[in-house]
Design a protein. Structure first.
Length: 303
């Protein structure tokens, strides 16, 4: 076993694919397969469960990846301590709800590029449960997810509080008028969407258990359907004020317990953050440098 074997192992775990791991590590799939087989023989345990569609870590694999990440983190720290360069480099994979990526994604990428120009960022959008699962299973380095969250293995940093509003067609006078419509129609995302869950909770509070739903997979599609008069939805107020103020729609506040949402940045506690992830976290946690060590943005003389 050597560090390259562990890097290949982490690549397979990260991508859930031997083929994709080979591509990102600039090698052939047969080499990845052989190195993983050697690791499994050396440790005497299967590290992955394999199927035609995906590759997932076994319990033994989850144990090894924790140690692998710790070892690679120590090696990176040693290189930074011994070497001359203070430039923060590396690649991180971050997850977020589509709404947050739409609102904050460009600004976030620009800020990271300005402060840490040699850190490569890959974004993934998904539902809350999928994002949490991907962080827990090492497929994401960190993710932005709605609170509350009670998972002891995850560190969490408060990022922002935002308001959720009811978004309705322009001819709707108020929410009472909306609820009188028969049939009551809503434009929602797939099951697992935090905004859909809050919409349905609100309807239950109004003694409405049945409604006609149209499922969309994009914010633009939801807004288009609302504007056409087909139905209503719940969305972050900021996304409407930022991108859709000129559309034929209205917004109304909803009760605070449903209308306020706190976003958290979460990452695993058991694996020391890489320099790249540490740099990303520092954008949100002003205490991170004191906790994990100073984070230089670029080396002296590099602009």
């Amino acid at each position: 076993m050597n560090t390259n074997d562990l890097n290949l192992f982490e690549a397979v775990a990260h991508h859930g694919s031997f083929t994709r791991a080979a591509e990102t590590m600039f090698t052939v799939q047969s080499n990845v397969t052989a190195r993983i087989k050697n690791l499994e023989e050396e440790f005497g345990a299967a590290l992955f469960t394999r199927s035609n569609r995906k590759v997932e870590l076994t319990a033994a694999g989850e144990t090894l990846i924790r140690y692998s990440k710790q070892l690679n983190h120590l090696i990176d720290e040693a290189k930074r301590a011994v070497g001359k360069s203070e430039v923060v480099k590396g690649q991180i994979k971050i997850g977020a709800l589509e709404t947050m990526m739409t609102i904050k994604g460009p600004d976030l990428i620009n800020e990271l590029a300005h402060k840490f120009p040699y850190v490569d960022l890959e974004f993934k959008s998904a539902m809350r449960s999928a994002l949490i699962s991907d962080v827990m299973n090492y497929r994401l380095d960190a993710a932005f997810v709605p609170a509350p969250l009670d998972i002891p293995e995850l560190e969490q940093i408060k990022v922002k509080d935002e308001e959720i509003v009811a978004v309705v067609p322009a001819d709707c006078k108020n929410l009472d008028d909306l609820l009188k419509r028969n049939p009551l129609k809503a434009i929602v995302f797939d099951q697992g969407c935090v905004f859909r869950a809050r919409l349905e909770s609100w309807l239950v509070s109004k003694n409405i258990s049945q409604y006609h739903k149209t499922v969309m997979n994009s914010i633009e599609g939801v807004v288009n359907f609302i504007e056409s008069g087909i139905g209503f939805s719940f969305l972050p107020k900021e996304i409407i004020t930022s991108f859709y103020t000129n559309r034929k729609i209205k917004t109304f506040p909803i009760p605070k317990e449903l209308g306020m949402m706190r976003t958290l940045l979460v990452y695993r506690k058991d694996v020391p953050p890489s320099p790249a992830l540490k740099a990303f976290i520092s954008l949100y946690d002003e205490h991170v440098a004191g906790v994990h060590g100073a984070i230089p943005a670029v080396a002296e003389g590099v602009s």
